[in-house]
Design a protein around this ligand. Sequence first.
Ligand SMILES: CC(C)(COP(=O)(O)OP(=O)(O)OC[C@H]1O[C@@H](n2cnc3c(N)ncnc32)[C@H](O)[C@@H]1OP(=O)(O)O)[C@@H](O)C(=O)NCCC(=O)NCCS
Length: 147
Amino acid sequence: MIRSFTFSDLDRILQIELQSFPKSPYDWATFINLHYLYPETFLVYVRPTLDRKEGQILGYIVFTKEGHIISIAVHPQHRRRGVGKELLQRVMITPHLKKVWAEVRRSNQGAQAFYFHMGFQVTGVVPNYYGNEDALIVQWTSPSGSY
Ligand SMILES: CC(C)(COP(=O)(O)OP(=O)(O)OC[C@H]1O[C@@H](n2cnc3c(N)ncnc32)[C@H](O)[C@@H]1OP(=O)(O)O)[C@@H](O)C(=O)NCCC(=O)NCCS
């Protein structure tokens, strides 16, 4: 199930974040801010569990209504099972969205392979976007204005 972020998700999101971006994780204040800025497009992926009524969060995505992916991460223990794909598809099926784009570290080959798998292409480079590392701009263009 994919639903909007709520404050009770914060601890788990911070765990996922620390394990996904050890060099530059967002802190709790950033996530609170993202929640206020993007209440409808800060989404979490929840897997139902027998022992917990609220289920377990496996990943999250935050994006703007224009289609800019601000962040996406899946817990390391739950990668390569289609969670990231489902989260990104949520963005790609947004009506009237003509393109979706993200910045990716040049060294982040896993994320690049993921975006390429999803039909994205490299459309630019931002030198030193991450301080001492370049960002590749990866972009998907809708063939018909929507996915
Ligand atoms: C990038 C990320 C979100 C992908 O999430 P995921 O749930 O593992 O992705 P999916 O299982 O939906 O992958 C779909 C396809 O993308 C490709 N792919 C995904 N991760 C890949 C990897 N590490 N290496 C090669 N291909 C990969 C594969 O083709 C995969 O299909 P397959 O498993 O059937 O071969 C996840 O690896 C992650 O959280 N990484 C750390 C945070 C990060 O780098 N975020 C992106 C910053 S821009």
